[in-house]
Design a protein around this ligand. Structure first.
Ligand SMILES: [Zn+2]
Length: 533
């Protein structure tokens, strides 16, 4: 998701400061505990009964998992005030203990043998946390549309899916597939991830829809969207064949949506070119209108950008290029490649989602409006960089880094691209990432090493500089008697990034270090595509 305004950045920063020391609960939530590590998620079969009048839900999650190591204690997360009503395995009710507000440790009776695939049924109910400011401060958005109908949606990045359903609430492990069966009053309809396999109305006047996700899915990607929806759709002929594109909007927005959602096909054209095939053909692509701004829910991108171009009508680059397209359609869909296909293992590495997706905005602009437009866009967004704290957060406590993961991260990737100095090679690296880390959860190190190895250049110091430090490299120069002395200042130890400069009007690469070097010429100007001072 995108955090735009300064107060949002402040808010994230504030959360960071509010966290005085690391609590036991932070570690339970953010680390791969012994009670999580021994079992591998295979499938979630989720049932929800949603009562919008009472703002309550009731449900069942049947978790299928494979035993990787012997253990009889299993951690499940479900956040207060939601509660578990029972846990069952093979017809036996199981006992469990609770640690902190949100972690349950289930005592298994059946011997857990390595290689076995077992399942666990967890029944739950309650009034889940209402979102204060979705999607950043998430939970349930219990809203009404302009015609007075219930309009309900979930969002939970960072907060975690355990805010409304019991799960292994850590990003490193994803189920291979998922099914959701959602019951709502029959005047409404739920739209969730993947494809609808069934819809029926029961005698009580409730509508039940079943959604099948045939691919791995991260837990914050799973979502409920409930409204008085109308549907339209189209087919995109893409790199892997026919991709169904389905759109669910409120009836009084149908005509606007038919115009605005044309950006979905333009998005697919641009991103399949840069990143490779859309990663979830089996599950289709959807845009679903919601009462908040939007979120990258896998195969059901949620949309609340008011049918305006830019970010709620505003161009974040200040160059005009950001007003040519719908920010939420482009940015949130960019996450299908970076977030849903390639997913961080730990939220400290959230830049893997946001920096690449921020840069996808530039690549979209370049694809449709040309190279200079793309450059103007990404350089324009530098005004939003704060350099307040490092982009990478703290590991194992569910803590993200600086909001600079957006604009600074995008500018870092733009800089990396210009160090590589070969657009086709850069594009193949982006496509290669999506192919070689297809449907995987990854670490920063894996992404860094991949880019260095595929480009043939060692970017480790560049990543240290931009991801783990707040200083921006300064290319310092001293002209004297027909020659220029130059070096890097304000950099991490060993920083030696090559940079394109113009010396007396002639472009060339130079290879500064923190030691002075010299070349012939009167003046030197750094290429604007490199994010340096
Ligand atoms: Zn985002």
């Amino acid at each position: 998701m995108s955090k735009k305004y300064w107060f949002v950045l402040l808010f994230v920063g504030f959360q960071g400061f509010a966290q005085k020391g690391i609590t036991f609960e932070d570690s339970l939530r953010g680390s791969i505990t012994a009670e999580r590590k021994w079992w591998d998620l295979k499938h979630y079969d989720l049932t929800f009964d949603v009562n919008p009048d009472e703002r309550s839900i009731k449900g069942l999650n049947i978790i299928r998992y494979q035993v990787l190591a012997e253990n009889q204690s299993l951690q499940i997360d479900l956040q207060f005030p939601m509660k578990i009503t029972y846990i069952e395995q093979d017809g036996n009710r199981l006992s469990y203990t609770k640690k902190g507000d949100n972690a349950y440790f289930v005592k298994l009776i059946d011997k857990q043998k390595v290689g076995d695939i077992n399942s666990l049924s967890i029944s739950f109910e309650g009034k889940p946390l209402a979102a204060k400011r979705a999607p950043w401060d998430g939970g349930f958005s219990w809203d009404k549309d302009e015609q007075g109908n219930h309009f309900v949606a979930t969002s939970c990045q960072g907060l975690g899916a355990s805010v409304f359903w019991p799960c292994k609430d850590h990003m490193y492990d994803e189920p291979d597939s998922l099914r959701m069966t959602v019951t709502v009053p029959d005047s409404l309809q739920d739209v969730s991830n993947g494809r609808m396999s069934k819809m029926c109305i029961d005698a009580r006047g409730n509508r039940t829809t079943t959604w099948e996700v045939k691919n791995p899915i991260n837990n914050y990607g799973v979502n409920l969207n409930i409204g008085n929806y109308v549907h339209f759709g189209e087919t995109y002929k893409g790199e892997k064949g026919d991709l169904t594109c389905d759109y669910y909007v409120l009836p009084y927005h149908l005509e606007k949506a038919k115009m605005q959602f044309k950006d979905a096909i333009r998005m697919l054209q641009a991103f399949e070119h840069w990143f490779g095939p859309y990663p979830f053909y089996e599950d289709g692509y959807k845009l679903v209108e919601v009462p908040y701004l939007g979120m990258e829910h896998q195969s059901s991108i949620t949309y609340g950008n008011k049918y305006k171009n830019g970010y709620l009508g505003r161009d974040l680059s200040g160059t005009g290029w950001g007003s040519k397209w719908d920010f939420i359609i482009v940015h949130e869909s960019g996450h299908e490649w970076f977030a849903n296909n390639i997913t961080y293992k730990d939220i400290a590495d959230m830049w893997i989602h946001e920096s690449f997706t921020n840069y996808s905005e530039t690549l979209f602009t370049e694809y449709h409006y040309g190279k200079t437009a793309g450059q103007d866009y990404v350089i324009g967004t530098r005004a939003n960089i704060t350099n307040d704290s490092p982009i990478i957060g703290k590991y194992n406590i569910n803590q993200r880094g600086s909001g600079d993961m957006y604009y600074k991260g995008g500018n870092m990737l733009h800089t990396v691209r210009h160090v590589i100095n070969d657009d086709e090679k850069f594009r193949q690296i982006l496509r290669g990432l999506n192919k070689d880390f297809y449907h995987q959860t990854v670490t920063t190190e894996q992404i860094e090493n991949y880019i260095s190895s595929k480009s043939g250049l060692n970017f480790s110091k560049v990543f240290d500089q931009y991801l783990r430090d707040t200083k921006i490299p300064k290319l310092v120069q001293k002209p004297s008697k027909g020659s220029i002395s130059y070096r890097w200042e304000n950099v991490v130890l060993g920083f030696d990034m090559p940079i394109k400069v113009s010396v007396d009007g002639t472009e060339q690469f130079v290879y500064p270090t923190t030691d002075w070097k010299k070349l012939k010429g009167k003046s030197m100007k750094a290429d604007r595509n490199f994010y340096v001072e």
